[in-house]
Design a binder for this molecule. Structure first.
Ligand code: FES
Length: 166
C-alpha cells in the first residue's frame, strides 16, 4: 500500500516509522496487531490526533487493514480523529445533561468562541467537543475543560468559564 503522507509533517512521519522499526516486530499478525494500540498512542502523541492520513500510515507500517485500525480508534474514547485545542472544552451530551439544557450552553460557547462543535480555533487554543455521560448526572449539565469539571452550567456562566481558559 502506498500512503500519501504529503499533508503530514515529514518529521512526525519519520519519527513514527522509526518508533515502529524500533519495536522490532516479527512478521506475525499477532505481533503487529498487539502493537497497534502502542503505535496509535505514539502517533496521537506526535500528530495530536488521528486523521485518515495517520490511520493509513499506521495501517501501512503495521501491515494491517485500515478497517482494523479504525475499529480500534473508534472503540477507545482516548483516541481522537479530530484536532484538539490547548483547552479542550467537552460537553456531556448524556440524557440528564441533554434534558437539563446542555444544548443552550453549547450554542453560547459556539457563539462566543466563534467555532462549532467538533472544531478547533485557528490559533489551536480552544476546541469544542462532546462526551457521553461522565457519571456526574446530579450536576447536569456538565462541561469539562481539560480535566476540570463545571456543573449546573447555564449559558450565563459561559463567559466566566472561558475566562478560565487563559
Ligand atoms: S448525563 Fe451528563 S453527567 Fe450523566
Amino acid at each position: 500500500m502506498t500512503v500519501k503522507t504529503t499533508s503530514l509533517d515529514s518529521k512526525g512521519v519519520g519519527e513514527l516509522k522509526k518508533f515502529v522499526e524500533n519495536l522490532g516486530l516479527d512478521d506475525s499478525a499477532e505481533a503487529r496487531e498487539g502493537a497497534l494500540i502502542e503505535v496509535l498512542h505514539k502517533a496521537q502523541g506526535i500528530f495530536g490526533f488521528l486523521p485518515s492520513e495517520v490511520q493509513e500510515l499506521v495501517a501501512s507500517e503495521l501491515q494491517l487493514s485500515l478497517g482494523h485500525v479504525y475499529g480500534v480508534i473508534s472503540f477507545y474514547a482516548y483516541f481522537t480523529t479530530e484536532p484538539k485545542g490547548e483547552f479542550e472544552i467537552n460537553f456531556c451530551t448524556g440524557t440528564a445533561c441533554f434534558v437539563r439544557g446542555v444544548g443552550k450552553v453549547i450554542e453560547r460557547f459556539e457563539e462566543l468562541v466563534g467555532i462549532e462543535l467538533g472544531e478547533v480555533t485557528d490559533d489551536g487554543r480552544i476546541s469544542l467537543g462532546h462526551l457521553r455521560c461522565v457519571g456526574a448526572c446530579s450536576l447536569a449539565p456538565v462541561v469539562m475543560v481539560n480535566d476540570k469539571t463545571y456543573g449546573n452550567v447555564t449559558p450565563e456562566m459561559v463567559p466566566e468559564i472561558l475566562a478560565d481558559c487563559q
